[in-house]
Design a protein around this ligand. Structure first.
Ligand code: ADP
Ligand code: MG
Length: 280
């Protein structure tokens, strides 16, 4: 089933990002509601490159934990748009600001879904690279889905190029195949795990972990805190399992972090099994 752009009616703006605008739209013929991310042709070239990358990744992914893409549009004017499933509860960021911090039980349910999304992406050689509360969409069923692949990276690209050069390819060093890998390890992917740790901590304490509540310092201060400071840790009151889960994500040395599939079997998630009705 294809949905022509002319059959979509814009209802309201759902969000603005760097360069693009996301609208809530209705398909006039079926009355179904979708989200439409639009990047205008006269915009920044970097932003346009990002939306094409996002289109590429969303067309290739098929997981209940990744936002679904139904159509992509390209107008002669240069406007580009992506028709996605509409997530009717917004993002984890808006949810945090509207309803307040999350309990460990709620976070376990959220974490499991994000990890299933991440292990899907990582198994498909995709690094998200911008995991944060405002890029995690939620619906009223409390399903959580990963979105915004504007700065993501597909590691398969070098391998695809490789298939047409079978001869020379055999002599390529590991880092040629995977420029983000550090000595053949899982480095690029483990960046997403660090981001997951910070995201969960923010949802638990209510503010960005490296900064006291309400503070917005310059980038240099923040970078110093991240690079030279200790990783943030949970306040007293958090359970041992949750505290340990955080430590598995927030290791400054990436090789010490657990992978997404390892974390899915962490005691923190074992302790809070998924509700029978929801994901398994
Ligand atoms: P950007 O690259 O501009 O950050 P995002 O994909 O993160 O683009 O979208 C920006 C905002 O639009 C999100 O933070 C969210 O509030 C809203 N949004 C994006 N996609 C959807 C969707 N499928 N359903 C509901 N809201 C969405
Ligand atoms: Mg975003």
């Amino acid at each position: 089933v294809t949905i022509p752009a002319t059959e979509l009616e814009r209802l309201e703006v759902l969000g603005h990002g760097n360069g693009g605008t996301v609208y809530k739209v209705q398909h006039k013929r079926t009355s179904k509601i979708y989200a439409l991310k639009v990047v205008y042709g006269d915009g920044d070239q970097t932003v346009r490159r990002q939306v094409f990358r996002e289109m590429d990744i969303l067309r290739k992914t098929d997981s209940p934990y990744i936002v679904r893409c139904y159509e992509t549009y390209e107008k002669p004017s240069g406007d580009v748009a992506i028709l996605m499933e509409y997530m009717d509860a917004g993002t984890l960021d808006t949810l945090l600001r509207n309803k307040g911090t999350f309990t460990e039980l709620e976070l376990a349910h959220i974490t499991r879904q994000i990890l299933k999304g991440l292990s899907y992406l990582h198994a498909h050689k995709i690094i998200h690279r911008d995991l944060k509360p405002s890029n995690l969409l939620v619906n009223k069923k409390m399903e959580v889905k990963i979105a915004d692949f504007g700065v993501s990276k597909m590691m398969t690209r070098t391998l695809e190029a490789c298939n047409s050069y079978v001869g020379t390819c055999a002599y390529m060093s590991p880092e040629r195949f995977d420029p983000d890998a550090n000595g053949g390890n899982y480095d690029g992917f483990l960046g997403d795990i660090w981001s997951l740790g910070l995201t969960l901590m923010e949802l638990y304490v209510g503010h960005f972990p490296f900064l006291p509540a309400g503070q917005r310092p310059d980038w240099a201060t923040l970078m110093c805190a991240i690079c030279f400071g200790d990783p943030p840790s949970l306040p007293p009151g958090a359970s041992d399992e949750f505290r340990n889960f955080m430590e598995c994500c927030l290791q400054k040395e990436s090789s010490k972090r657990w992978t997404a599939s390892q974390l899915l079997n962490h005691p923190f998630l074992i302790k809070h099994p998924s509700p029978a009705s929801a994901d398994n």
